[in-house]
Design a protein around this ligand. Structure first.
Ligand code: ADP
Length: 663
């Protein structure tokens, strides 16, 4: 002892714990004597549902517990505890669980302590189970979920009514594994079987989630199903149960597929396909690979005939039958109901393409034989309309496993036909425009050549007149002759522009590059245009610049300089013009800057195209060809031309040329 004061340790004296504490426990507790009569019991025991009599000390357990074998058994077990002193615990009875411990006095067992836990009243439990099963059934039904359960031990394959319906089987049908495999769509069969095989091996985790198509057992209807399943294994990894659910996702799949198909078709139609045949071939192939088994397309001429046809079949091995069938597509109106849509503009859904219908559609016995070989069971004929015209017909057929067409398929086919019709209409307009442009270019070329001859002779006449004038006559003619000469020159330059345009169109803008010096050429051109600058009231600012030698076509470059400088005077009248030349990185840079009307940013891109103008013809004359020709010339010399401009502030045109252009 170290002498310090210590409080005595608190010890739980079991003797002093009032028995009532145990009596408040939430499970039933009872003390019985060796005669199995109740000695004491707690409140929870009195509240149990199991006992069949009111409890009081002294009552025999046999009179308390419900009669029956289970009670006999439990009483016998209690006798055993009294005899051996070995307790038992949690024996299940219908109404509860019982545990039993011996009470000793010395070595003798003088009684028993019983613990009784109540489980829900059996009737109530069954009812609760039924209610929850019913709820589950109702929610499965409202979600249209089918359930199935496969017992490998017995081979029993139980399907509820909805699952049978989804598998296209009649009510009460006895499903088996072979039938189930046979109804999976051939294209999905291998994939689905692989998933199932994987699922029933214990290392897989035992669950799967897969989408596949089935072909109805009874009705042949194709359906998309989403299936989820779970396999259960015993401790040796043996399959003991395999069950799951199936949901119909056909509509979702159809909507997805339709959207995918239309976007694919639009993408295809948006590609620049110059030949209608190519469009038709590709559309037929796309259709046959997704919305039908085979597809035939015919394009009409203004007289209603179908001179051009295309076709495709999903199965390459059947493709030649479709090609063969193309020969029989009636080409003249009024020869077959197949062409009715060309006249009426209406589509037709032939849900059942029966023998009778085939006979009506066939144009000859050979045609009928071919139809029977192709053996479509459902057909749609859809006119391709656009721009108020019918451009042709599409025939879409479903064979073999493909389901019969319905209104939704018809709507999709109509949408496709409309888009194809639009593409054909665009192609027609494009061809028309191309022809018109061709005619225009031809006209320009002929007209400019035709104009060139009288102009040349007019120039000659002017020269002769000038030479033969006596001094008196010259005085009386005054400035008229020089004015006439200058107008003819202007006319000649306009006609030259037109000639250049037709040369460019025909790819005949020849260049003749030579070694030359740019600043010298620039000075000459400015000199020639001095009259133009004076009339426009423009001073030209061109500082002393070192010479720039290069390998270019001088007369074509002259043309570019004239164009840029005369434009600067025309659109920048009354303001100075700044001309600069420099060499940067082996390239000559020539800029012509004015302080004139400038160009709106939106107009810039088209100024360099044929006839591209950004000013009204009332205020400014011109053909809109100068910049187009200049660009062609500069690019032919591997150079670039660009403009920077601000409206009302002025424009700067810059020509960039490699010092040595391609010859
Ligand atoms: P044209 O001048 O004969 O119409 P161009 O091809 O030379 O033909 O020019 C095309 C158009 O570019 C002109 O109509 C005009 O709208 C615009 N443009 C050309 N140069 C200038 C300039 N320096 N300032 C403003 N606009 C110009």
């Amino acid at each position: 002892m170290n002498g310090s004061l210590q409080e005595p340790a608190l010890r739980l004296d079991l003797e002093s714990v009032p028995l009532e504490v145990l009596w408040n426990a939430p499970i039933g507790i009872a003390l019985v004597d060796r005669g199995l009569q109740l000695v004491r019991f707690n409140r929870a025991l009195a509240g149990l549902h199991g006992p069949r009599a009111r409890l009081y000390p002294g009552i025999r357990l046999a009179d308390v517990l419900p009669p029956g074998e289970a009670t006999q058994d439990i009483l016998w077990r209690m006798e055993q505890v009294l005899a051996t002193g070995q307790p038992f615990s949690r024996i299940e009875l219908e109404w509860g669980r019982v545990s039993c411990h011996p009470l000793h006095e010395g070595t003798r067992v003088v009684g028993l302590c019983l613990y009784l836990e109540e489980v829900p009243e059996p009737g109530l439990a069954r009812e609760a189970l039924q209610v929850s099963e019913e709820r589950l059934r109702m929610s499965l039904a409202s979600a249209s979920i089918g359930t199935w359960d496969f017992n490998p031990a017995t081979g029993e394959f139980l399907c509820d009514a909805r699952a049978l319906e989804l598998f296209g089987a009649p009510p009460g049908f006895r499903m088996d594994c072979d039938t189930f495999h046979s109804i999976i769509h051939p294209e999905d069969r291998e994939r689905t079987q692989q998933v199932i095989q994987r699922t029933v091996s214990p290392e897989s985790g035992g669950s799967y989630d897969i989408e596949y198509r089935v072909i109805g057992i009874q009705n042949g209807v194709e359906r998309w199903l989403s299936a989820q399943g779970r396999a259960w294994f015993d401790e040796h990894g043996g399959l003991v149960r395999f069950s799951g659910t199936v949901v119909d996702i056909t509509q979702r799949k159809r909507t997805e597929a339709s959207a995918r198909f239309l976007s694919e078709a639009s993408r295809l139609l948006a590609e620049r396909l110059d030949r209608a045949e190519e469009i038709l071939e590709r559309v037929a192939r796309l259709s046959a690979s997704s919305i039908c088994t085979y597809c035939i397309i015919g394009v009409t001429r203004p007289d209603g005939r179908l001179p051009r046809v295309a076709g495709a079949h999903r199965e390459p091995s059947q493709e030649h039958f479709v090609r063969e069938a193309l020969r029989f597509v009636p080409r003249a109106p009024g020869t077959s109901p197949l062409l009715e849509g060309v006249h009426t503009g209406r589509s037709a859904l032939i849900r059942e393409f029966t023998q009778d219908v085939r006979q009506r559609y066939a144009v000859s016995p050979e045609h009928l034989a071919l139809m029977n070989t192709l053996d479509a069971h459902s057909v749609m004929t859809v006119p391709m309309r656009a721009g108020g015209k019918v451009h042709g017909m599409m025939i879409l057929a479903a064979c073999a496993h493909q389901r019969r067409f319905d209104e939704e398929d018809l709507a999709l086919a109509e949408e496709l036909a409309h888009r194809v019709g639009m593409a054909l209409e665009n192609l027609r307009l494009y061809e028309e425009a191309r022809q018109a442009v061709g005619l225009r270019d031809e006209f320009l070329s002929v007209a400019s050549h035709e104009l060139k001859t009288p102009l040349t002779s007019l120039k000659l006449q002017h020269a002769l007149i000038g030479k033969s004038l006596t001094p008196e006559c010259r005085a009386s003619v005054g400035t008229r002759l020089p004015k006439a000469v200058s107008q003819v020159e202007r006319l000649t330059s306009l006609v030259d522009s037109l000639l250049d345009v037709s040369r460019i169109g025909a790819g005949r803008l020849g260049l003749e590059p030579v070694e030359m010096e740019l600043t010298q050429l620039l000075r000459e051109v400015m000199e020639r245009l001095s009259e133009v600058f004076a009339q426009a009231g423009c001073g030209v600012d061109f500082p002393d610049t070192p010479t720039v030698h290069g390998y270019w076509d001088p007369s074509r470059l002259d043309q570019v300089l004239v164009n840029l400088l005369s434009n600067a005077a025309k659109y920048g009248a009354g303001k100075p013009i700044h001309v600069r030349v420099k060499v940067v990185d082996g390239r000559a840079l020539l800029s012509v800057e004015d302080e004139g009307i400038g160009i709106a940013p939106g107009d810039v891109p088209r100024l360099f195209s044929r006839f591209g103008r950004a000013v009204s013809e009332r205020h400014y004359g011109g053909l809109g060809l100068g910049l187009f020709i200049s660009k062609q010339i500069v690019e032919a010399m591997d150079g670039r031309i660009r403009v920077e401009s601000q409206p009302a502030r002025g424009s700067t045109f810059t020509v960039e040329l490699p010092l040595r252009a391609r010859g």
